[in-house]
Design a protein around this ligand. Sequence first.
Ligand code: C5P
Length: 332
Amino acid sequence: MLRSSVSTHQKYGSLGLLVLQTTTLVLTMRYSRTQQAEGPRYLASSAVVCTELLKIAACTLLIFRDNRFSVHAMNQTLWDEIVSKPLETLKLTIPSGIYTLQNNLLYVALSHLDAATYQVTYQLKILTTALFSVSLLGKRLGNYQWLSLLILMTGVVLVQWPSDLTLVPELENLSAGTQFMGLLAVLVACFSSGFAGVYFEKILKESKQCVWIRNIQLGLFGLAFGLTGVFAYDGDRVLTGGFLQGYNSITWIVVLLQALGGLVIAAVIKYADNILKGFATSISIILSSLISYFWLEDFDPTRLFFLGSVLVITATFLYGFDQKPVVSSNVA
Ligand code: C5P
């Protein structure tokens, strides 16, 4: 009984944290890529590397805590679980490589598309995630749950729909070619998001290894892929302007929020699942729009926004109503 209430706390606690983290990240990331700062813009590829470093450091601290703050016990755990199990560690190259690609694609998308189009099209990942959950994890979804996922996707799309396209100033500055690049980047990211998330869930739930160890394994490969990305795309710029060129406090906030997101998402995938993660991020989109309305005063809610919000909330309840059939055949 106590155990199940602890895991319920962990499940809803991690989902709640994800709502907060996504809301803040969406608002800050957009701002960080569009602001007119003096000097060079920061390199997105280096931000990916800094995020991985922070995630590895944070997970190492969590393992240090789990080992009652003994450096010796922590080193032993890291050695036993990471170095001595090379095959287990290597499994993480797949989600890690895909996430690295995805993180770079999303930076591309955010600087080629207006925020609304980016958010609307990225919602397709709700369906790709469900499809991968069914095919890779053997998860079974009831009819109401499929319906609720369709309602959720429609709801989030409506919530994001711009009130008047001519009033979106960013759109006027974007050529058709630029927008096409952005759309392509988002579409590939939808599939990579669904696949990598579900593959990571499979690894987490099929073995007994601690989630923070798994995250370090993921981060180590992410770091290797990320550094390759820096030298392949921005090698010359790093040599002339330095690795951290263009960083300001907003950039560091984005990096911190991304790293925090990595930890929260790992917890959500462990204690809840990738599909529930989709609900949490959808709710955070409504929340970030409301914050734009009340605080930033750059958003006018339309009837579509209200209709979309009602659909998202309805979908959330409908999915929970049909929880029983969510049984996975091959996941412990
Ligand atoms: O859009 P989506 O939900 O797929 O994004 C997942 C994000 O979470 C990616 O940026 C990925 O790098 C990150 N992540 C992480 N650590 C995990 C799982 C995901 O940093 N354990």
